[in-house]
Design a protein around this ligand. Sequence first.
Ligand SMILES: *[C@@H]1O[C@H](CO)[C@@H](O)[C@H](O)[C@H]1NC(C)=O
Ligand SMILES: *[C@@H]1O[C@H](CO)[C@@H](O)[C@H](O)[C@H]1NC(C)=O
Ligand SMILES: *[C@@H]1O[C@H](CO)[C@@H](O)[C@H](O)[C@H]1NC(C)=O
Ligand SMILES: *[C@@H]1O[C@H](CO)[C@@H](O)[C@H](O)[C@H]1NC(C)=O
Length: 380
Amino acid sequence: MAILLFFIFTSILSISYSSPLPVNASGNISVRRQRTPEQCGTGNQVDDCWRCDPGWADNRQRLADCVIGFGRNAIGGKGGRTYVVTDPGDEDPANPAPGTLRYGLVQDEPLWIIFACNMTIRPQREFVVSSHKTVDGRGASVVVGEGGACFTVRNQSNVIIHGITIRGCRPAPKSAKTGHLSDGDGVSIFGARDVWVDHCTLEDCADGLVDVIAASTGVTVSNCLLTNHNKAMLLGHNDAYEDDRAMRVTVAFNRFGPGLVQRMPRCRFGVFHVVNNDYVNWGKYAIGGSASPTILSRGNRFCAGKEKEVTKRDGDPPKSEWQKWNWISDGDLMFNGAFFTASGRPGAEVKAPSFAKSASFVAPMTASAGALSCSKGSLC
Ligand SMILES: *[C@@H]1O[C@H](CO)[C@@H](O)[C@H](O)[C@H]1NC(C)=O
Ligand SMILES: *[C@@H]1O[C@H](CO)[C@@H](O)[C@H](O)[C@H]1NC(C)=O
Ligand SMILES: *[C@@H]1O[C@H](CO)[C@@H](O)[C@H](O)[C@H]1NC(C)=O
Ligand SMILES: *[C@@H]1O[C@H](CO)[C@@H](O)[C@H](O)[C@H]1NC(C)=O
Protein backbone atom coordinates (compact mmCIF):
# COMPACT_ATOMS: atom_id res chain seq x y z
CA MET A 1 0.00 0.00 0.00
CA ALA A 2 2.74 2.43 0.98
CA ILE A 3 4.58 1.59 -2.20
CA LEU A 4 1.45 2.17 -4.26
CA LEU A 5 0.85 5.52 -2.56
CA PHE A 6 4.43 6.40 -3.23
CA PHE A 7 4.09 5.80 -6.96
CA ILE A 8 0.83 7.74 -7.13
CA PHE A 9 2.49 10.55 -5.28
CA THR A 10 5.61 10.67 -7.44
CA SER A 11 3.51 10.69 -10.60
CA ILE A 12 1.50 13.63 -9.25
CA LEU A 13 4.79 15.33 -8.51
CA SER A 14 6.13 14.83 -11.99
CA ILE A 15 2.93 16.25 -13.48
CA SER A 16 2.73 19.28 -11.22
CA TYR A 17 6.32 20.35 -11.91
CA SER A 18 6.61 22.08 -15.23
CA SER A 19 10.28 21.13 -15.54
CA PRO A 20 12.03 17.90 -14.55
CA LEU A 21 13.19 19.08 -11.14
CA PRO A 22 15.61 16.68 -9.52
CA VAL A 23 13.58 15.00 -6.79
CA ASN A 24 15.17 12.42 -4.50
CA ALA A 25 12.92 9.40 -4.69
CA SER A 26 14.04 7.73 -1.45
CA GLY A 27 12.78 10.39 0.98
CA ASN A 28 10.20 10.07 3.76
CA ILE A 29 6.83 9.79 2.06
CA SER A 30 4.75 11.49 4.73
CA VAL A 31 7.11 14.45 4.70
CA ARG A 32 7.32 14.49 0.92
CA ARG A 33 3.55 14.72 0.64
CA GLN A 34 3.70 18.23 2.06
CA ARG A 35 6.17 19.46 -0.51
CA THR A 36 5.31 22.15 -2.95
CA PRO A 37 7.77 23.32 -5.59
CA GLU A 38 8.28 26.63 -3.73
CA GLN A 39 9.10 24.98 -0.45
CA CYS A 40 11.43 22.14 -1.21
CA GLY A 41 12.63 19.65 -3.74
CA THR A 42 13.91 22.49 -5.92
CA GLY A 43 17.32 20.98 -6.56
CA ASN A 44 18.94 23.50 -4.22
CA GLN A 45 21.02 20.95 -2.36
CA VAL A 46 21.38 23.07 0.79
CA ASP A 47 17.66 23.69 1.22
CA ASP A 48 16.56 20.24 0.16
CA CYS A 49 18.77 18.88 2.94
CA TRP A 50 16.67 20.39 5.78
CA ARG A 51 13.70 22.45 4.60
CA CYS A 52 11.41 19.49 3.93
CA ASP A 53 11.34 18.65 7.63
CA PRO A 54 8.48 20.31 9.55
CA GLY A 55 10.31 19.24 12.70
CA TRP A 56 13.29 21.52 11.92
CA ALA A 57 12.95 23.30 15.28
CA ASP A 58 13.62 20.06 17.16
CA ASN A 59 16.58 19.21 14.99
CA ARG A 60 18.28 22.52 14.38
CA GLN A 61 21.80 21.16 14.28
CA ARG A 62 20.89 19.15 11.18
CA LEU A 63 21.59 22.40 9.32
CA ALA A 64 25.32 21.94 9.90
CA ASP A 65 25.23 18.84 7.67
CA CYS A 66 23.78 20.79 4.74
CA VAL A 67 26.59 23.13 3.70
CA ILE A 68 28.09 22.59 0.25
CA GLY A 69 31.05 24.01 -1.64
CA PHE A 70 34.35 25.19 -0.21
CA GLY A 71 32.71 25.91 3.16
CA ARG A 72 31.57 22.29 3.45
CA ASN A 73 33.63 21.63 6.60
CA ALA A 74 32.01 24.48 8.53
CA ILE A 75 30.18 22.84 11.42
CA GLY A 76 29.58 25.99 13.46
CA GLY A 77 28.37 25.17 16.96
CA LYS A 78 27.38 21.60 16.12
CA GLY A 79 27.65 19.36 19.17
CA GLY A 80 27.41 22.34 21.49
CA ARG A 81 24.67 23.47 23.84
CA THR A 82 21.80 25.69 22.73
CA TYR A 83 22.10 29.30 23.87
CA VAL A 84 18.96 31.42 23.67
CA VAL A 85 19.24 35.16 23.06
CA THR A 86 16.57 36.87 25.17
CA ASP A 87 18.02 40.39 25.38
CA PRO A 88 18.50 42.56 22.26
CA GLY A 89 20.69 45.01 24.19
CA ASP A 90 24.41 45.67 23.88
CA GLU A 91 24.97 48.05 26.80
CA ASP A 92 28.50 47.06 27.75
CA PRO A 93 30.35 45.38 24.87
CA ALA A 94 33.50 44.81 26.93
CA ASN A 95 31.47 42.98 29.53
CA PRO A 96 28.40 41.53 27.82
CA ALA A 97 25.38 40.51 29.88
CA PRO A 98 24.14 36.90 29.82
CA GLY A 99 21.15 36.68 27.46
CA THR A 100 22.66 39.03 24.87
CA LEU A 101 23.92 37.84 21.49
CA ARG A 102 27.39 39.19 22.26
CA TYR A 103 27.64 37.07 25.40
CA GLY A 104 27.00 33.91 23.38
CA LEU A 105 29.39 34.89 20.60
CA VAL A 106 32.40 35.31 22.90
CA GLN A 107 32.09 32.06 24.84
CA ASP A 108 34.89 29.53 24.35
CA GLU A 109 32.64 26.47 24.09
CA PRO A 110 30.72 25.50 20.93
CA LEU A 111 27.23 27.05 21.00
CA TRP A 112 24.15 26.84 18.82
CA ILE A 113 22.66 30.32 19.26
CA ILE A 114 18.94 30.89 18.73
CA PHE A 115 16.52 33.73 19.50
CA ALA A 116 13.59 33.75 21.93
CA CYS A 117 11.57 36.25 19.89
CA ASN A 118 11.75 38.82 17.12
CA MET A 119 14.36 41.46 17.84
CA THR A 120 16.44 44.28 16.40
CA ILE A 121 20.00 44.50 17.68
CA ARG A 122 22.11 47.59 17.25
CA PRO A 123 25.66 46.55 18.22
CA GLN A 124 27.82 49.32 19.70
CA ARG A 125 30.97 47.51 18.54
CA GLU A 126 31.45 44.78 15.97
CA PHE A 127 30.10 41.41 16.98
CA VAL A 128 33.33 39.42 17.19
CA VAL A 129 32.35 35.82 16.55
CA SER A 130 34.55 33.17 18.13
CA SER A 131 35.12 29.65 16.75
CA HIS A 132 32.42 26.97 16.83
CA LYS A 133 29.34 29.16 16.88
CA THR A 134 26.13 28.98 14.88
CA VAL A 135 23.88 32.04 14.84
CA ASP A 136 20.53 30.54 13.86
CA GLY A 137 17.76 33.09 13.28
CA ARG A 138 15.11 30.54 12.29
CA GLY A 139 11.80 31.01 14.07
CA ALA A 140 12.33 34.71 14.80
CA SER A 141 12.79 37.82 12.74
CA VAL A 142 16.24 39.06 13.77
CA VAL A 143 17.71 42.31 12.44
CA VAL A 144 21.32 43.24 13.18
CA GLY A 145 22.77 46.66 12.30
CA GLU A 146 20.37 49.60 12.02
CA GLY A 147 23.16 52.14 12.44
CA GLY A 148 25.33 49.93 14.65
CA ALA A 149 28.24 47.67 13.74
CA CYS A 150 27.74 44.10 12.46
CA PHE A 151 29.57 40.75 12.36
CA THR A 152 33.25 39.94 12.07
CA VAL A 153 35.00 36.57 12.14
CA ARG A 154 38.73 37.22 12.71
CA ASN A 155 41.28 34.41 12.78
CA GLN A 156 38.57 31.96 13.87
CA SER A 157 37.05 28.86 12.33
CA ASN A 158 33.75 27.01 12.16
CA VAL A 159 31.16 29.73 12.13
CA ILE A 160 27.66 29.55 10.64
CA ILE A 161 25.46 32.63 10.31
CA HIS A 162 21.97 31.73 9.17
CA GLY A 163 18.67 33.52 8.81
CA ILE A 164 19.64 37.01 9.98
CA THR A 165 18.72 40.32 8.35
CA ILE A 166 21.88 42.42 8.34
CA ARG A 167 21.34 45.99 7.27
CA GLY A 168 22.44 49.53 7.98
CA CYS A 169 25.87 48.43 9.28
CA ARG A 170 28.08 51.40 10.08
CA PRO A 171 31.69 51.91 11.23
CA ALA A 172 32.22 51.53 14.94
CA PRO A 173 35.06 52.37 17.33
CA LYS A 174 37.79 49.86 18.09
CA SER A 175 36.71 46.68 19.75
CA ALA A 176 38.58 45.84 22.94
CA LYS A 177 38.87 42.26 21.79
CA THR A 178 40.37 42.72 18.31
CA GLY A 179 41.77 46.23 18.58
CA HIS A 180 40.19 46.61 15.18
CA LEU A 181 38.29 49.59 13.87
CA SER A 182 35.26 48.26 12.03
CA ASP A 183 34.63 49.80 8.64
CA GLY A 184 30.93 49.00 8.42
CA ASP A 185 30.82 45.58 6.74
CA GLY A 186 27.78 43.36 7.13
CA VAL A 187 29.90 40.26 7.65
CA SER A 188 33.69 40.65 7.62
CA ILE A 189 35.64 37.38 7.40
CA PHE A 190 39.33 38.00 8.11
CA GLY A 191 42.04 35.33 8.33
CA ALA A 192 39.29 32.79 9.03
CA ARG A 193 38.37 29.37 7.72
CA ASP A 194 35.32 27.11 7.48
CA VAL A 195 32.68 29.81 7.55
CA TRP A 196 29.17 29.55 6.10
CA VAL A 197 26.73 32.44 5.62
CA ASP A 198 23.30 31.11 4.55
CA HIS A 199 19.83 32.61 4.06
CA CYS A 200 20.78 36.08 5.24
CA THR A 201 19.21 39.27 3.93
CA LEU A 202 21.91 41.92 3.47
CA GLU A 203 21.52 45.54 2.45
CA ASP A 204 22.77 49.09 2.78
CA CYS A 205 26.01 48.85 4.75
CA ALA A 206 28.83 51.40 4.91
CA ASP A 207 31.42 49.01 3.43
CA GLY A 208 30.91 45.52 1.96
CA LEU A 209 27.89 43.31 2.61
CA VAL A 210 30.10 40.20 2.90
CA ASP A 211 33.88 40.72 2.68
CA VAL A 212 36.23 37.75 2.82
CA ILE A 213 39.86 38.81 3.13
CA ALA A 214 43.30 38.16 4.56
CA ALA A 215 43.74 34.56 3.35
CA SER A 216 40.37 33.39 4.65
CA THR A 217 39.41 30.10 3.05
CA GLY A 218 36.82 27.35 3.17
CA VAL A 219 33.96 29.83 2.87
CA THR A 220 30.47 29.41 1.38
CA VAL A 221 27.94 32.22 0.97
CA SER A 222 24.61 30.73 -0.08
CA ASN A 223 20.91 31.55 -0.35
CA CYS A 224 21.42 35.19 0.58
CA LEU A 225 19.47 38.15 -0.74
CA LEU A 226 21.70 41.15 -1.40
CA THR A 227 20.08 44.47 -2.36
CA ASN A 228 20.46 48.26 -2.26
CA HIS A 229 24.20 48.54 -1.96
CA ASN A 230 27.25 49.62 -3.93
CA LYS A 231 30.12 47.16 -3.25
CA ALA A 232 28.43 43.87 -2.45
CA MET A 233 31.11 41.23 -1.94
CA LEU A 234 34.90 41.60 -1.80
CA LEU A 235 36.91 38.38 -1.90
CA GLY A 236 40.58 39.24 -1.47
CA HIS A 237 42.49 41.88 0.48
CA ASN A 238 44.54 43.91 -2.01
CA ASP A 239 46.69 43.30 -5.09
CA ALA A 240 49.87 42.94 -2.99
CA TYR A 241 48.49 40.39 -0.51
CA GLU A 242 49.67 37.17 -2.13
CA ASP A 243 48.61 35.00 0.82
CA ASP A 244 45.14 35.31 -0.69
CA ARG A 245 46.21 32.61 -3.18
CA ALA A 246 44.92 30.23 -0.52
CA MET A 247 41.37 31.59 -0.71
CA ARG A 248 38.62 29.17 -1.75
CA VAL A 249 35.13 30.66 -1.72
CA THR A 250 31.80 29.34 -3.05
CA VAL A 251 29.00 31.78 -3.86
CA ALA A 252 25.82 29.81 -4.64
CA PHE A 253 22.02 30.17 -4.83
CA ASN A 254 22.10 33.88 -3.93
CA ARG A 255 19.99 36.63 -5.42
CA PHE A 256 21.98 39.75 -6.35
CA GLY A 257 19.80 42.81 -6.67
CA PRO A 258 17.89 44.89 -7.27
CA GLY A 259 19.87 47.99 -6.40
CA LEU A 260 23.44 46.62 -6.48
CA VAL A 261 26.25 48.38 -8.33
CA GLN A 262 29.35 46.14 -8.34
CA ARG A 263 31.36 43.31 -6.68
CA MET A 264 29.05 40.30 -6.96
CA PRO A 265 31.80 39.31 -6.17
CA ARG A 266 35.13 41.09 -6.78
CA CYS A 267 37.95 38.52 -6.51
CA ARG A 268 41.72 38.38 -6.03
CA PHE A 269 44.33 35.58 -6.29
CA GLY A 270 42.33 32.55 -5.07
CA VAL A 271 39.76 30.17 -6.54
CA PHE A 272 36.12 31.27 -6.62
CA HIS A 273 33.08 29.24 -7.61
CA VAL A 274 30.05 31.36 -8.49
CA VAL A 275 27.23 28.91 -9.07
CA ASN A 276 23.45 29.01 -9.66
CA ASN A 277 22.99 32.62 -8.56
CA ASP A 278 20.33 34.98 -9.88
CA TYR A 279 21.55 38.40 -11.00
CA VAL A 280 18.64 40.83 -11.21
CA ASN A 281 20.86 43.59 -12.64
CA TRP A 282 24.03 45.54 -11.87
CA GLY A 283 25.05 49.19 -12.11
CA LYS A 284 28.72 48.77 -13.13
CA TYR A 285 29.55 45.07 -13.30
CA ALA A 286 28.60 41.79 -11.64
CA ILE A 287 31.73 39.63 -11.40
CA GLY A 288 35.15 41.24 -11.38
CA GLY A 289 38.61 41.15 -9.95
CA SER A 290 42.32 41.69 -10.23
CA ALA A 291 45.54 39.88 -9.33
CA SER A 292 44.89 36.81 -11.45
CA PRO A 293 41.97 35.14 -9.64
CA THR A 294 40.46 31.90 -10.93
CA ILE A 295 36.71 32.37 -11.38
CA LEU A 296 34.29 29.68 -12.41
CA SER A 297 30.87 31.12 -13.20
CA ARG A 298 28.51 28.20 -13.67
CA GLY A 299 24.77 27.91 -14.15
CA ASN A 300 24.00 31.50 -13.16
CA ARG A 301 21.22 33.66 -14.58
CA PHE A 302 22.35 37.14 -15.60
CA CYS A 303 19.74 39.72 -16.53
CA ALA A 304 21.44 42.93 -17.64
CA GLY A 305 20.08 46.41 -17.07
CA LYS A 306 21.76 49.31 -18.88
CA GLU A 307 25.23 47.87 -18.39
CA LYS A 308 25.57 44.65 -20.39
CA GLU A 309 28.99 43.28 -19.49
CA VAL A 310 28.96 40.88 -16.53
CA THR A 311 32.73 41.00 -16.04
CA LYS A 312 35.34 43.61 -15.21
CA ARG A 313 39.12 43.37 -14.88
CA ASP A 314 39.73 45.96 -12.21
CA GLY A 315 42.58 48.42 -12.46
CA ASP A 316 42.64 48.11 -16.27
CA PRO A 317 45.46 45.57 -16.62
CA PRO A 318 46.76 45.12 -20.21
CA LYS A 319 45.00 42.42 -22.19
CA SER A 320 48.29 40.51 -22.48
CA GLU A 321 48.10 40.08 -18.72
CA TRP A 322 44.39 39.37 -18.04
CA GLN A 323 44.21 36.95 -20.95
CA LYS A 324 46.10 34.53 -18.69
CA TRP A 325 43.52 34.71 -15.88
CA ASN A 326 41.16 31.74 -15.81
CA TRP A 327 37.68 33.26 -15.92
CA ILE A 328 35.24 30.66 -17.15
CA SER A 329 31.54 30.94 -17.92
CA ASP A 330 29.93 27.52 -18.11
CA GLY A 331 26.21 27.13 -18.75
CA ASP A 332 25.30 30.66 -17.67
CA LEU A 333 22.00 32.03 -18.97
CA MET A 334 22.25 35.52 -20.44
CA PHE A 335 19.27 37.89 -20.76
CA ASN A 336 18.80 41.36 -22.13
CA GLY A 337 22.19 41.46 -23.85
CA ALA A 338 24.30 40.34 -20.87
CA PHE A 339 27.72 38.99 -21.82
CA PHE A 340 30.71 37.48 -20.00
CA THR A 341 34.25 38.12 -21.23
CA ALA A 342 36.07 34.86 -20.58
CA SER A 343 39.83 34.41 -20.44
CA GLY A 344 42.49 31.88 -19.56
CA ARG A 345 43.76 28.61 -20.83
CA PRO A 346 41.20 26.43 -22.53
CA GLY A 347 40.96 23.26 -20.46
CA ALA A 348 42.28 24.95 -17.32
CA GLU A 349 41.78 22.51 -14.50
CA VAL A 350 38.77 24.15 -12.89
CA LYS A 351 36.61 21.36 -11.57
CA ALA A 352 32.91 22.14 -11.47
CA PRO A 353 31.30 21.62 -8.08
CA SER A 354 29.09 18.54 -7.99
CA PHE A 355 26.02 20.38 -6.70
CA ALA A 356 25.78 22.75 -9.67
CA LYS A 357 22.51 22.50 -11.61
CA SER A 358 21.45 23.85 -14.96
CA ALA A 359 20.79 27.61 -14.98
CA SER A 360 17.20 26.84 -16.00
CA PHE A 361 16.58 25.86 -12.35
CA VAL A 362 17.92 29.11 -10.88
CA ALA A 363 14.45 30.68 -10.44
CA PRO A 364 13.01 27.95 -8.19
CA MET A 365 16.36 27.41 -6.45
CA THR A 366 16.70 31.08 -5.43
CA ALA A 367 12.99 31.89 -4.94
CA SER A 368 13.38 32.10 -1.16
CA ALA A 369 16.82 33.70 -0.96
CA GLY A 370 17.31 35.77 2.18
CA ALA A 371 16.12 35.22 5.76
CA LEU A 372 13.20 32.77 5.85
CA SER A 373 10.03 33.07 7.84
CA CYS A 374 9.86 29.83 9.83
CA SER A 375 7.30 28.65 12.37
CA LYS A 376 7.79 25.73 14.68
CA GLY A 377 5.94 22.66 13.43
CA SER A 378 5.70 23.62 9.78
CA LEU A 379 8.01 23.82 6.82
CA CYS A 380 10.35 26.79 6.63
C1 LIG B 1 18.38 10.47 -1.43
O1 LIG B 1 18.29 10.74 -0.03
C2 LIG B 1 18.79 9.67 0.77
C3 LIG B 1 18.46 10.00 2.22
O2 LIG B 1 18.67 11.37 2.51
C4 LIG B 1 20.28 9.54 0.46
O3 LIG B 1 20.84 8.49 1.25
C5 LIG B 1 20.49 9.21 -1.01
O4 LIG B 1 21.85 9.20 -1.33
C6 LIG B 1 19.80 10.26 -1.89
N1 LIG B 1 19.84 9.83 -3.26
C7 LIG B 1 20.13 10.66 -4.28
C8 LIG B 1 20.07 10.08 -5.64
O5 LIG B 1 20.42 11.84 -4.10
C1 LIG C 1 8.49 10.05 8.38
O1 LIG C 1 8.27 11.34 8.94
C2 LIG C 1 7.25 11.37 9.94
C3 LIG C 1 7.00 12.83 10.28
O2 LIG C 1 8.19 13.56 10.54
C4 LIG C 1 7.69 10.51 11.12
O3 LIG C 1 6.69 10.51 12.10
C5 LIG C 1 7.95 9.10 10.64
O4 LIG C 1 8.46 8.31 11.70
C6 LIG C 1 8.95 9.07 9.48
N1 LIG C 1 9.04 7.73 8.95
C7 LIG C 1 10.19 7.16 8.64
C8 LIG C 1 10.12 5.78 8.08
O5 LIG C 1 11.27 7.74 8.79
C1 LIG D 1 7.86 38.28 14.14
O1 LIG D 1 8.17 38.73 12.85
C2 LIG D 1 7.44 38.08 11.83
C3 LIG D 1 8.02 38.50 10.50
O2 LIG D 1 8.16 39.88 10.42
C4 LIG D 1 5.96 38.43 11.99
O3 LIG D 1 5.20 37.77 10.99
C5 LIG D 1 5.51 37.97 13.36
O4 LIG D 1 4.17 38.36 13.57
C6 LIG D 1 6.40 38.56 14.45
N1 LIG D 1 6.05 37.95 15.71
C7 LIG D 1 5.74 38.68 16.78
C8 LIG D 1 5.40 37.92 18.01
O5 LIG D 1 5.73 39.90 16.76
C1 LIG E 1 45.08 37.55 13.04
O1 LIG E 1 46.19 36.92 12.47
C2 LIG E 1 47.10 37.83 11.86
C3 LIG E 1 48.14 37.04 11.11
O2 LIG E 1 48.59 35.94 11.87
C4 LIG E 1 47.69 38.72 12.95
O3 LIG E 1 48.57 39.66 12.38
C5 LIG E 1 46.55 39.47 13.65
O4 LIG E 1 47.05 40.21 14.72
C6 LIG E 1 45.50 38.48 14.15
N1 LIG E 1 44.34 39.24 14.61
C7 LIG E 1 43.65 38.88 15.67
C8 LIG E 1 42.47 39.73 16.00
O5 LIG E 1 43.91 37.90 16.33
